[in-house]
Design a protein around this ligand. Sequence first.
Ligand SMILES: NC(=O)c1ccc[n+]([C@@H]2O[C@H](COP(=O)([O-])OP(=O)(O)OC[C@H]3O[C@@H](n4cnc5c(N)ncnc54)[C@H](O)[C@@H]3O)[C@@H](O)[C@H]2O)c1
Ligand SMILES: N[C@H](C(=O)O)[C@H](O)COP(=O)(O)O
Length: 332
Amino acid sequence: MAKTRTTVAISMGDPSGIGAEVLAAALAARGMKRALRPVVFGDDGVFARACKLMGVADTLPRVELGEAIPAAGGLVRVSRLAAADRKPGKPSHAGALAQAAYLEAAIIAVQTGAADALCTAPIRKAALHAAGLDFPGHTELLAARFGVPRVVMMLAGPVLRVVVATTHVALADVPARLTPEGIAENLVITHRALREQFGIKRPKIAVCGLNPHAGEGGLFGDEEARIIAPGIALAAKAGVKAEGPYPADGLFPRAARGGWDAVLAMYHDQGLIPLKTVHRETAVNVTLGLPIVRTSPDHGVAFDIAGKGVADRTSMIEALRLAARAGSSTAP
Ligand SMILES: NC(=O)c1ccc[n+]([C@@H]2O[C@H](COP(=O)([O-])OP(=O)(O)OC[C@H]3O[C@@H](n4cnc5c(N)ncnc54)[C@H](O)[C@@H]3O)[C@@H](O)[C@H]2O)c1
Ligand SMILES: N[C@H](C(=O)O)[C@H](O)COP(=O)(O)O
């Protein structure tokens, strides 16, 4: 029997950002048609402009919300923004409402089985709030929509994979958010995903400390002894091979040479700065712990280059490929 392509629901992101540009270019990449059936939730005018800017053929069939999607996939018209509301680099309130609507429609597509996996183009996080959705990012909104108490944000590159113990929270709030149970749950979810989504039989995870030099034996901070080490011990009881806490500045150079299958960082910038420095174009953001596969490129809306046709499509290609590959186990 012929293998069915994975249907990937794709939210088009902020209509004033580079989301549609990287998406249009990525869908035109070699092998993409064989790898997946794209169902884009977005705006006709924004996508058509993006195709022109990126110099690719605009071949996606257009359909209205609720209509059947052709076998080749299609673009579902969720918004019909006026030109003034979709200017590159100039976000609008109508654009904020539109990006939230694309995302909600794409989520419903995977929840109802119309799609096998979800890939999200970048949103402007403040736009979620403007649209009345009180979530700091996709990660937290998806946890709520799928009723999952804990998800894990992973940025996965060809060598480094980073997960974070806290996501989009103020730096001052990080220590209070760390608990041994939370660290352990994060490690268990990461361990499971490394096995199931990344095909690593016996994953090895390294864990960062929170403080410089992992606290230097309690001289400047005790979260390592009080919270992180007990969290690692709890995870070990659940069969997770994790080690640390190690000073982050020494750990990442070793991890970037392939020392572990993933690194657990305590907060966003501790993990994402090394990851993006090493793998800027090739990393993919994956939400672990959801009942579905969700990926995203590792960059934001990049208003500074929107509309110029210079956005790099590589991370979007990787995000689509991973969604297609990891989502294929749920494809009919
Ligand atoms: N998954 C997401 O939805 C997501 C991820 C990150 C940031 N954001 C949002 O994007 C907005 C801007 O964030 P930021 O400035 O921190 O990050 P950014 O990734 O948008 O931009 C950082 C720099 O990288 C460049 N850049 C980004 N993507 C590029 C690409 N594909 N090709 C070439 N250059 C690229 C930009 O031009 C800019 O100079 C914020 O509102 C943030 O919340 C969303
Ligand atoms: N923190 C990620 C990054 O900096 O690349 C990105 O903002 C992820 O956000 P989502 O939860 O919206 O995927």
